[in-house]
Design a protein around this ligand. Structure first.
Ligand SMILES: NC(=O)c1ccc[n+]([C@@H]2O[C@H](COP(=O)([O-])OP(=O)(O)OC[C@H]3O[C@@H](n4cnc5c(N)ncnc54)[C@H](O)[C@@H]3O)[C@@H](O)[C@H]2O)c1
Length: 252
């Protein structure tokens, strides 16, 4: 009962984008103003796009908002991690211009789990803004997708696939988009997952660089992908996992 109550509190917290987090981040950037929204709210995304358009040229978007398996049920995980990513990209697309760059957050989860969709599943996954998306996901992947861990891996695979299609749309505008797939990173979300899945400690043990990741490890890669130094990089994923996927999948 206590665990269930804890989970319910976590679920509620995961649904609330925190105003103080936005304010703290904005305080670190000169001239920045926070704009707090729930990324699953299409009205909020439209207001964000309108505000960004008024502010000037859209240069860089780092889309880190996301939830993990212990935070919600399978439907909410798909809605926040995949559907909202596609909606955000759709809302910002009219602002894309020469030099615009976007990074979406995926995960190493589909790599570790070796998630490999059959063609019919891939077709559904590649249509996150289609009608009855969640029902179609359930139909094509079966009841196993109701497990939050499975849903998370599929949703994040959807993000990795989404940036490939989005890159093709953005290329003619002079804009780019990539995803990053973090490994085990020491953030509130990473710590919550580690608390609930003792197997994650074994993965850290097997990580070739010998530690879990720091937020700065991921931020540095995102910074590069958003910079002009990455002008020839688009439509791809960058795994930032300290080598753990290589360790898990490579016989030595
Ligand atoms: N930490 C890890 O080990 C890890 C591993 C793989 C992938 N990721 C991914 O990296 C990204 C960043 O994760 P993090 O570790 O910083 O997580 P975090 O939980 O520490 O931060 C995620 C942020 O997203 C916000 N958010 C959640 N739902 C939202 C919604 N509906 N609308 C707006 N904001 C919302 C939360 O309020 C929070 O501020 C996420 O997409 C996560 O899935 C993290």
């Amino acid at each position: 009962m206590r665990a269930a109550a804890r989970r319910t509190r976590r679920h509620a917290a995961a649904r609330r984008p925190r105003r103080d987090v936005g304010r703290e981040a904005a305080d670190e950037i000169e001239g920045a103003e926070p704009f707090v929204l729930d990324v699953t709210d299409p009205g909020g995304l439209a207001r964000l796009a309108e505000r960004a358009g008024r502010a000037g040229t859209l240069r860089a978007v780092a889309h880190a908002a996301g939830i993990s398996p212990t935070m919600a049920d399978w439907r909410r995980i798909f809605a926040v991690d995949l559907v909202a990513t596609a909606r955000l990209a759709e809302a910002l697309r009219p602002l894309a211009t020469t030099g615009t760059a976007m990074v979406c957050f995926a995960s190493m989860a589909p790599v570790i789990a070796r998630v490999d969709p059959a063609p019919d599943a891939a077709a559904v996954l590649d249509d996150p803004l289609g009608e009855r998306f969640l029902d179609r996901v359930r139909e094509v992947l079966g009841p196993a997708v109701e497990d939050p861990g499975a849903a998370y891996a599929w949703a994040k695979l959807g993000v990795r696939r989404f940036v490939r299609r989005e890159a093709v749309r953005l290329g003619p505008l002079g804009a780019r988009v990539c995803s990053v797939s973090p490994g085990i990173i020491d953030t509130p979300q990473g710590r919550q997952e580690a608390e609930n899945h003792p197997s994650m400690a074994a993965l850290v043990e097997r990580t070739p660089v010998g530690r879990s990741g720091r937020p700065e490890d991921v931020a540095a890669v995102v910074g590069f992908l958003l910079s002009d130094d990455a002008a020839f990089v688009t439509g791809t994923d960058v795994l930032v996992d300290g080598g753990v996927c290589a360790a898990v999948h490579t016989a030595t």
